[in-house]
Design a protein around this ligand. Structure first.
Ligand code: ACM
Length: 266
């Protein structure tokens, strides 16, 4: 089945929820005009990234799904008849904060679920609780979507787990600062035979520079699309999911059936 999938590469404004939602709204409209069915926004697209204190973050983090960010995304998905995966700062009912991603869909779907980042990067450890919901694949009818956030890519187990759980597409909201992920993600996609969408941010925040280069990769390690390092962009590609569902690479080898976990370290 052919479908259009995409990323929104944008520059969130630190601690400015309204500006960030308005900016996302503009780009989601652009993606919808091109009939995109599944769109990924960056990690923490609603809050920015480089917090100085937990207090700053506490003021802006939202509940999921009742807070402003998720409600905004539900409304956008309904209006544009698309599925959206977006990174957001989540505050739970006890005030604990997670670096999360939510997935929402059109009428009949609404709020579908969330993922809480498992591998926290650098100073994130000062502000966020480590994720406690595991890696999950969301079956949204048109595809099975596995979600992981930014630094999770560094741990091959993350994407492997999602692929073994049946993902066709890995949605990867990101705020990348190191240069490696654009090189590594095509190989992660190849070794798991899945599509991947990395939606990164651009710009500089309090001295920290983000690398852009959002990309969509195929199960054959092709970089189907790569964004610039420094411009806001909507990137869209048409894919056929069958490519991700066939794990055979020749008549003798099926990369999942050929696994020999008894020889692997856990
Ligand atoms: C990252 O995990 N935001 C690098």
């Amino acid at each position: 089945m052919e479908m259009k999938i995409g990323f929104i590469q944008m520059e969130p404004k630190l601690l400015d929820l309204n500006t960030n939602l308005s900016k996302a709204e503009k780009f989601l409209k652009e993606a919808a005009k091109k009939e995109t069915k599944l769109v990924v926004l960056p990690e923490l697209f609603d809050t920015g990234y480089n917090f100085y204190s937990k207090e700053e973050l506490e003021e802006i983090a939202q509940q999921v799904p009742d807070g402003e960010t998720t409600q905004f995304l539900i409304e956008q998905a309904r209006e544009h008849e698309m599925f959206i995966i977006a990174g957001t700062a989540e505050k739970d009912e006890k005030g604990r904060i997670y670096n999360s991603a939510v997935i929402v869909g059109p009428i009949g779907w609404g709020y579908i679920g969330k993922y809480r980042k498992i591998h926290l990067f650098y100073r994130e450890k000062l502000f966020f609780e480590p994720g406690n919901l595991g890696f999950h694949v969301f079956n949204i009818g048109i595809a099975r979507v596995g979600v992981m956030i930014c630094f999770d890519w560094f741990f091959p187990e993350a994407m492997r787990t999602l692929a073994l759980k049946g993902a066709d597409i890995i949605a990867h909201p990101a705020n990348l600062v190191m240069p490696y992920a654009p090189k590594a993600m095509p190989i992660r996609s190849l070794e798991n035979r899945v599509f991947s969408i990395t939606a990164n941010r651009i710009g500089e925040e309090r001295g920290l520079r983000f690398i852009g280069m959002s990309q969509i990769n195929s199960p054959k390690a092709e970089i189907l699309l790569r964004a610039s390092e420094d411009k806001e962009e909507v990137g869209i590609v048409e894919i056929g999911l069958e490519e991700a569902r066939n794990k055979k690479i020749n008549e003798f080898n099926d990369i999942f059936k050929d696994r020999r976990p008894e020889h692997y370290m856990l």
